[in-house]
Design a protein around this ligand. Structure first.
Ligand code: CAA
Ligand code: FAD
Length: 379
């Protein structure tokens, strides 16, 4: 692996850092407190090309590599994990899935506005009874000749209320199991498609998470991505890349919490010296630094393999598992190092600890990552 970043990658990292500090930091506590979607900030992310980072410029994207993407994701998540998940879903689930597997017509119609950030997208796999057990799809897409008739419910969908384009996974032929599942492009406003109430969440409160309801929604056949029965393979393949995005979100949270704790430890005096000079605190910071560095190495390895066109099921799962586990550990220690101040919103680390938890749950729980990794060991 080459650990030297190119000029271009360093430039993207700096642009994301500047954007996070100037545009995301000022209102992040208030957005968290009021569960406010960062509408203006997302518009600016679009202008910077952060919503279609890896998409070919001919489809409106920035044409960057995966390393640039994970660097930008880390910088954004360091300050605002809610903005980071909005960015991750749009980039590595919706745009990536459409670019890799969509038809030319689908790309021109749907990918271009998504990559430019004129609209945002949502990825709809999970259901009330099909989260980890994702092959147990209850949402149906019945083949009616020139269209599919979609019925069912999707749960916990990120960008659920704000998206315009939804990639919806549904069962067409139950007798074929996961090989009878399709993925359809559904537009907001299609008759019978309804956005349910917004979830009230522990963390990433600036992102909007909704239940989606489908009641006899007619989706034209040309909105199916790939061949009949390709939907589950589409979901799994796309999630492999998505997991690198969420790993970077987790890393950003951990890195942000670590940096705040390091600064605080040098400023806060107890028993006549900065608390950093109490070895118990310095050792915590040493461990936090080792963990974030190790997570970054796993993420950059997976991103490099992705750019090389290798199978990233295993490396993406390892990066996601490790980064999300250490995100919660590191954020928890950051709160501890801040003492009482760590428990109040002004110091940011309590939000980071709440935000970190979700990274162990979505895009495959830590237990599911261990299933993917362990199965890979004996392949
Ligand atoms: N990459 C490629 N293919 C994969 C795969 C992967 N990571 N994991 C499974 N598959 C393939 C298998 O090879 C198999 O294909 P074939 O039958 O053609 O060989 C098929 O999928 C079914 O796999 P299994 O037989 O292993 O099925 P299973 O039911 O035992 O397990 C699972 C499947 C790995 C647990 C899968 O259901 C899974 O990944 N669950 C987690 C779902 C998930 O990550 N949801 C995230 C929703 S999106 C989201 O959360 C967004 C957000 O928060 C922001
Ligand atoms: P379950 O599958 O019911 O799991 C419950 C527990 O059992 C977990 O600890 C799990 O690891 C464990 N478990 C289950 N099966 C096994 C097993 N075989 N072995 C060991 N342990 C097991 N989904 C989308 O499709 N799109 C989105 O945009 C999206 N965004 C989300 C945003 C938020 C804020 C949240 C909370 C969720 C989001 N999800 C999204 C859903 C998310 O992916 C699922 O919640 C997740 O995959 C887990 O599914 P579940 O909640 O049904 O838990």
């Amino acid at each position: 692996m080459n650990f030297n970043l190119t000029e271009e990658q360093l430039m993207i990292q700096q642009a994301a850092r500047d954007f996070a500090q100037t545009e995301l930091l000022p209102g992040v506590i208030e957005r968290d407190e009021h569960s406010k979607f960062p509408t203006e900030q997302v518009k600016k992310m679009a202008e910077l090309g952060f919503l279609g980072m890896m998409v070919d410029p001919k489809y409106g994207g920035a044409g960057l590599d995966s390393i640039s993407y994970v660097l930008a994701m880390e910088e954004i998540a360091k300050v605002d994990a809610s903005a980071a998940v909005i960015m991750s879903v749009n980039n590595s689930l919706v745009c990536a899935g459409l670019e890799k597997y969509g038809s030319e017509e689908q790309k021109m119609k749907y990918l271009v506005p998504l990559a430019k950030g004129d609209v945002i997208g949502a990825f709809c796999l999970s259901e009330p009874e099909a989260g980890s057990d994702a092959t147990s799809q209850r949402t149906t897409a019945i083949d009616m000749g020139d269209h599919y008739l979609v019925n069912g419910t999707k749960n916990w969908i990120t960008n659920g209320g704000t998206a315009s384009t939804y990639l919806v996974i549904a069962q067409t032929d139950a007798s074929k199991g996961h090989k009878g599942i399709n993925v359809l492009i559904v537009e907001k406003g299609m008759p019978g498609f309804e956005v349910g109430p917004k979830e009230k969440k522990m963390g990433i409160r600036g992102s909007d998470t909704h239940t989606l309801l489908f009641n006899d929604v007619k989706v034209p056949k040309e909105n199916r991505i790939g061949e009949d029965g390709f939907g589950f393979a589409f979901a799994m393949s796309t999630l492999n890349g998505g997991r690198i995005g969420i790993a970077s979100q987790a890393l950003g949270i951990a890195q942000g919490a670590y940096e705040l704790a390091l600064k605080y430890a040098q400023e806060r005096v107890a028993f006549g010296k900065p608390i950093f000079n109490h070895q118990a605190i310095a050792f915590k910071l040493a461990d936090m630094h080792v963990k974030t560095t190790a997570a970054r190495l796993l993420i950059h390895k997976a991103a490099t393999e992705k750019d090389n066109g290798e199978d990233i099921a295993h490396s993406g799962a390892m990066a996601k598992l490790y980064a999300s586990e250490i995100a919660l550990e590191v954020a928890n220690e950051a709160v501890q190092i801040h003492g009482g101040n760590g428990y109040v919103s002004e110091y940011h680390v309590e939000r980071m600890m709440r935000d970190a938890k979700i990274t162990q749950i979505y895009e495959g729980t830590s237990e599911i990552q261990r299933i993917v990794i362990s199965r890979g060991l004996v392949k």
